[in-house]
Write a protein that binds this ligand. Structure first.
Ligand code: 5GP
Length: 202
């Protein structure tokens, strides 16, 4: 009986995907972390990226930090579900191997990716994705948050702000829009959406 239930659970979880997308600085990383801490069946899908690690970031945990040459090799070898040049000269991509690693554990990959990448993943797995768009209260507030984070040069910051306005125009492509004016409330809304998508809160 026990084994039977485990098998059903495994089938139910099989190939589900949760995507969090938003303009940079909208708070999707905090919400992603909240979901991962509260749902043991979720696992972070670690992307490959060609930018340098920031602060405490660790290779293989936050990203697989790889060279542009390595990234190109992976594109040629068809190792990505999707990839984007998210910022000038900086490549980010979702690895097929991450999905397989996580599905094999009977868990659900959680992606923290940009809007274009999120649309691509959704198109490839239309029946099995839950996509959450995290909207900042305003572009001005987003700029303020990025300044207080203090990780960007003025040029990089302006590039992120410009990109944000563009990305917000795609919000209706996603299953649910969550306005992050209060982090706790936004986390609660995201958890509710995840709970109904995965069928329980374990
Ligand atoms: P950051 O440099 O701040 O870590 O990330 C920049 C942006 O790239 C964020 O919006 C992040 O969600 C996005 N990103 C991270 N990994 C991927 C990925 O694998 N694919 C795509 N398309 N975007 C990603």
């Amino acid at each position: 009986m026990q084994i039977g239930w485990q098998r059903i659970r495994q089938v139910n979880t099989h190939k589900k995907i949760i995507i969090l997308t938003a303009p940079s600085g909208a708070g999707k990383t905090s919400i992603t972390r909240y979901l991962l801490n509260n749902f043991s069946r979720l696992a972070f899908s670690v992307s490959a990226a060609t930018r340098a690690p920031r602060g405490e970031e660790r290779n293989g945990i936050d990203y697989y930090f790889i060279s542009t040459e390595d990234f190109n090799r992976k594109i040629k070898a068809n190792e990505f579900v999707e990839w984007e040049m998210v910022y000038e000269g900086k490549y980010y991509g979702t690895l097929k191997s991450e999905f397989h690693r996580i599905w094999k554990e009977g868990r659900i990959p959680v992606l923290d990716i940009d809007v274009k990448g999120a649309i691509h993943v959704q198109q490839q797995y239309p029946e099995s994705t839950l996509s959450l768009f995290i909207e900042p209260p305003s572009v001005e507030e987003l700029k303020r948050r990025l300044i207080s984070r203090g990780t960007e040069s003025p040029e990089a910051l302006q590039a992120r702000v410009n990109k944000a306005s563009y990305e917000i125009s795609f919000k209706h492509h996603f299953n649910k829009i969550i306005v992050n004016d209060q982090l706790e409330k936004a986390c609660g809304e995201a958890a509710q959406a995840v709970r109904s998508f995965i069928g329980d809160n374990s």
